[in-house]
Write a protein that binds this ligand. Sequence first.
Ligand code: NAP
Ligand code: MG
Length: 481
Amino acid sequence: MQAGQLFIGGTWHAPVSGETYATINPATEEETARIAKGDERDIDLAVQAARKAFDSGPWPKMSASERGRMVWKLGDLIMGNLDELARLESLCTGKTLFDSAKVEIPFAAEVFRYYAGWATKIHGETLALREGAFTMTLREPIGVVGAIVPWNFPFLLASWKIAPALAAGNTVVLKPASLTPLTALKFAELCQEAGLPEGVFNVVTGPGSRVGMALVRDPRVDKIAFTGSTEVGKGIMREAAGTLKRLSLELGGKSPNIVFADADMEAAVKGAMTGIFYNKGEVCAAGSRLFLEERIHDEFTAKLADRVKGLKVGDPMDKSTRMGPVVSAQQMETVLGYIEAGKKEGARLVAGGARARVGNGKGYFLEPTIFDQVSNQMRIAREEIFGPVLSVIPFRSVEDGIAAGNATTYGLAAAVWTRDVSKALRAARAIRAGTVWVNAYNLFDAALPFGGFKESGFGRELGAPGLEPYTEVKTVWVDLS
Ligand code: NAP
Ligand code: MG
């Protein structure tokens, strides 16, 4: 990887500004790398390269099977470089090396392999509508895709965009989050190694308000695929109107995890833990509102509080660690601010609530935190905290639980826990969210679409629906008379 450089048109370049910035290891507060500070001028060059690769390069014209093989090869190269990619991801994000090496990076490789198979299965239809005409549809790539991704699953969320975009014959400019660009840059190196034609994949690092916005505004970019906060998503939607760009937006969430009294309690307690503390709660689908049926509330919260004591916070590179530091000092302050708000609004703190001291006292470590007796009206229940803070909210009846779960502007994910199949399925239908887990939390598969209802965004990633936003449908009408 080239320190302080951008990957444009198949080669490494210094940014036009000539400037760099530092990324920080959240576990030690030390500098990890110097990163190029790109701006509008670098986006101009990257979009030009991606445009050229699409308009006159070999990529969109290549046979589908050859393109599929190339996408598969990228999946192989990701697995071949698993250790390094996982280490880079953990260095920037603070997530455990175990999560990077066993979950995130292998899943990203799987996404490339899954969409590699799709390359030869993208097709239109023939519609025999009338005697005097031959009518059909073609499914074509959209063109240049601008992908903008956040810092919580930097490489995985990039793969959800890059793999289907490439399989369908598009070219890509990726803008990683400023805090976590290392795996994107390493992946550029793998694209070189794979022999991906120049300009098909480009990476520009730098501040979102400049680099990201320049991508959104550029009339030569055909589509923006964005994952990030609802606030920035809304700004992107407003700006994209200028060129009527295609958009897919995967935004925030405040997902309800609803436990009915007849649930398998041990399983539900474990599920509630993973739901909120996996990846330090920096998960868009995090089960941050835990709804407990009144009858089981006391026993359940006691078990939860007990289990939290065993959750080891510490060095992400240490095998026994279950929760690393949050991503940055700023994120730590935001989360601590929400903890104060929870206390002020009268929620009962049953676990955590402060910084966790690890080693020499450096690092952005937080205790896993649980508030009980939260109401849906409190800020900690309404706003996305994006940290290890759980709000427990009691409810009386099945209908109340579902209604309270739905009482949010978000609709990304939800879970219900019950042994009653019909109750589970009725709840699954009634919940307004893009994913509903039953007796599970945080399960994903490359073949299953993921995305939001309401202000959690629109468009789906993964599965067949995750490919569609990277294609345009064209109708061809041949007159036979
Ligand atoms: P963010 O501030 O919205 O940033 C996301 C990306 O957008 C980053 O690459 C950022 O660049 C860039 N960006 C920032 N301002 C921009 C602008 N004005 N124009 C264009 N791009 C801009 O989100 P974040 O703080 O990285 O991540 C946390 C949020 O992401 C949470 O709200 C979470 O729910 C959401 N999220 C959603 C999903 C999902 O699948 N629905 C998944 C993960 C995360 P910089 O890093 O340079 O600011
Ligand atoms: Mg941000």
